[in-house]
Design a protein around this ligand. Structure first.
Ligand code: 8V0
Length: 717
């Protein structure tokens, strides 16, 4: 950098306004981040539901696309960092990519308006292709925007601080993290509520446009806030194509090293020193710093692999638990908000109390040690999750393995029946009752004998890995098999179905179609709480209500005296008992992983900023975010491949993997020496200034490069 230019930036820095030791411009950046994270996490909160219930994709497709989107969001930071460092500078990159981001959010919101293609006004869109195309376009733009600006915003925030504000700089990253979590907490609470509203022009539907529209609006606010602070920022100019020269320099060093591999050449301290012939000492030193940090990042994705499973595995675990807290009832997916709530309380506690206390005890709790401890906390969180899982497993129904089949017998006949089952005591099943529990068979083909007159022998071919119910109607010879659910119902809901013992067809609320005599309905899902069903045959009707817990399954037997007893005589068969392990048991694992997050993630953010040379701050931020992307990809792969028979075993496996990785990391960290990039850079510059010969050489090289660049530009034109 020419001296005159350096003086200019120094002067500018002196002018920045301060408040309590912090640059005022920080305020705008922090508010901007809050709005942006509100927008991002709010959209993410309803995304899977949008795929599932608006685009009508199946579960697997919905979750795969969701994870792929999240992974993409953490890969695009590389792109953002390149644009910022080599072309537009952080400030302009943030503005332009925020516009892309906001446009993406708006496109996404528009894609959720069913009325735009609902010509026949039946409430479902007629042209799914258009909606899918729009939403995919929206998501790509959003991933580009959110990922692109993320490394820039953190680094740009850091840039606002001057050298004497290093203490405030550390606090900034904590406050930054608090804002992220305040934004994510609020939006994950609000957008699902917005989604549950009904809206529409022709037909009233779930209000996805509102659930995606509010995040879009917040992104526009975020952009406006950022621009509002425009006059106050310290803006560092882009320093040219850093990534390009870094790659060229590394390539040259490797080549040069290879050419001089014979013993006759003197060894050099570091392989990067082999670039000295052609490249500036400063650049070489900077590359060394970055490479050291990037090398250290290699084990980090494992942390995110565990961390990001709280959104998937842990939420699934919560669906097998009960959320009844007496006064209020917590839904399984709401358990996730425990993380941001704990962040909001733990970050200040750590910063104000725990870390200063450790320091007072004379212990040096360096950033890398903190990160190692953070990883160990995450591992213990998974051990806690495994313990909870074992508790749940005790209460879970005994589902058939893939080679077994299970059968239950329901007797709707007016008399008791004795059923002879292979390798079992004969079963006595009273009229209007069922066999006490599912009977498990190793074989598929079985023969049952019934003591009716005349005796009935029935050959059944059961489905492997399935649960089925044999319904014996009033006319026993017409018995039939019905397939049952073989896992806990989704999202903590309850699966219910009816067997019609009434003599005519019945309409029942919640059921898709009317039920013929002796027919068994398909399952309908009802959520926790008091639920009412109205049964009618077109002439008479009665109401039947029941309180449901979480994750149960019932078959309701409708008797022939249904209406004379005012629905009182409906009999329930419990196929799956409601969940009984309390969701509060998940709090320890949330506490542990969040403590781990504060030590690992907040520290990693600071570390990535502080150890990066001035012109490569966003690059290292991008590298840091990339560890998150890789972590998500590992989740995707493991979810596809690894099907451990027991969930608790999978938790223990992940915990052990992370412990192993954290040991490796601690060894790597032991050999890392913390640096002050600014100091090293200043020293090298000084050396070069006192060495006029080298300075000249460097200047000619720089001029050559510039000429080259200009030539390239001209040829392009
Ligand atoms: N506490 C969870 C929300 C949160 O802090 N997210 C931060 C950090 C982060 C990156 N990957 C996972 N987490 C963010 O979005 O930058």
């Amino acid at each position: 950098m020419p001296d005159s230019k350096m003086d200019e930036t120094k002067k500018k820095k002196k002018k920045t306004a301060e408040c309590c030791g912090y640059p005022i411009s920080i305020f705008f950046i922090v508010v901007n981040e809050f709005c942006e994270r509100f927008s991002y996490y709010g959209m993410r909160a309803v995304l899977v539901l949008y795929f599932r219930y608006f685009l009508l994709w199946d579960d697997d497709l919905a979750t795969s696309i969701y994870h792929a989107f999240v992974a993409l969001c953490y890969l695009t930071p590389i792109l953002g960092a390149i644009i910022a460092d080599s072309w537009l500078g952080k400030f302009k990159t943030i503005i332009y990519l925020s516009i892309v981001y906001a446009v993406g959010q708006v496109v996404m919101a528009v894609s959720t308006i069913h009325d735009i293609t609902d010509a026949n006004r039946d409430g479902t869109p007629d042209n799914f292709t258009l909606h899918i195309a729009l939403s995919m376009l929206g998501l790509v733009l959003i991933a580009l925007g959110t990922g692109g600006i993320k490394p820039c915003v953190a680094a740009f925030g850091g840039d606002q601080f001057q050298e004497h504000q290093s203490r405030q700089l550390n606090t900034f990253f904590s406050v930054f993290y608090l804002c992220i979590n305040a934004g994510s907490l609020l939006s994950t609470l609000i957008t699902p509520v917005l989604r549950a509203q009904e809206c529409g022009i022709h037909t009233q539907q779930q209000c996805y446009p509102l659930a995606f529209g509010v995040p879009a609006a917040l992104m526009v606010v975020s952009l406006v806030v950022f621009i509002a602070g425009s006059g106050m920022y310290t803006k560092t100019a882009p320093e040219g194509n850093i990534m390009g020269s870094v790659c060229k320099c590394i390539w040259f060093a490797l080549n040069n090293r290879f050419r001089h591999r014979s013993d006759i050449y003197p060894k050099r301290e570091h392989w990067m020193d082999w670039a000295e012939e052609k490249y500036d000492k400063l650049l070489i030193a900077q590359i060394k710093m970055v490479l050291k940090v990037l090398f250290l990042y290699i084990p980090l994705p494992m942390f995110w692999t565990l961390f990001d499973q709280k959104g998937s595995r842990w939420t699934l675990q919560a669906t097998t638990m009960t959320g009844d807290f007496g006064g209020f009832v917590l839904q399984p997916d709401q358990m996730q908000t425990v993380n941001p709530i704990l962040i909001l309380t733990l970050v200040p506690i750590m910063d104000r109390i725990i870390f200063p206390l450790i320091k007072k005890c004379g212990l040096n709790f360096s950033p890398l040690k903190r990160m190692t401890v953070g990883m160990l906390f995450a591992a213990t969180a998974f051990i806690a999750a495994a313990l909870v899982q074992m508790e749940i497993d005790k209460t879970l129904p005994n589902f058939p393995s893939s080679s077994e089949s299970q059968l239950k017998v329901v007797n709707m006949h007016s008399e008791s029946l004795i059923v002879t089952v292979p390798s079992q005591e004969p079963l006595l099943i009273g009229s209007f009752e069922s066999s006490p529990d599912y009977i498990t068979f190793d074989q598929q083909d079985i023969r049952l004998a019934f003591n009716t007159t005349p005796e009935i022998n029935k050959d059944l071919s059961l489905i492997k890995g399935s649960r089925q119910t044999l319904i014996i109607p009033s006319e026993p010879a017409e018995m039939y098999l019905k397939e049952d659910i073989k896992s806990k119902p989704k999202e903590g809901k309850n699966a219910v179905r009816f067997v019609n013992g009434w003599t005519a067809y019945l309409n029942i609320t919640n059921l898709e179609s009317s039920l013929q005599p002796s027919e068994t309905s398909n399952y309908t899902l009802v959520s926790q709480g008091m639920r009412k069903f109205t049964l009618t045959d077109g002439i008479q009707s009665c109401e039947f209500s029941r309180k449901f817990g979480f994750g149960s399954s019932y078959t309701f037997l409708i008797p022939s005296d249904l209406f004379s007893t005012d629905c009182e005589s409906i009999k329930e068969i419990e196929d799956m008992q409601p969940n009984s392990v309390h969701m509060a048991l998940q709090i320890p694992q949330y506490f542990l992983i969040t403590t781990g997050e504060v030590m690992f993630s907040v520290t990693g953010l600071q570390f990535s900023y502080s150890q990066a040379p001035k012109n490569m701050k966003s690059v290292l931020q991008a590298g840091w975010l990339c560890t998150n992307a890789v972590g998500n990809i590992i989740v995707l792969i493991v979810a596809e491949l690894g099907k451990l028979p027991k969930q608790w075993a999978e938790y223990v496996l992940f915990a052990s993997l992370l412990v192993a990785v954290s040991i490796i990391f601690s060894i790597m960290a032991y050999f890392y020496t913390y640096i002050d990039p600014a100091e090293i850079e200043a020293e090298i510059l000084k050396q070069q200034e006192t060495d006029p010969d080298k300075k000249k050489k460097k200047e000619t090289l720089e001029m050559e490069e510039k000429e080259n660049e200009q030539e390239i530009k001209q040829t392009k034109i």
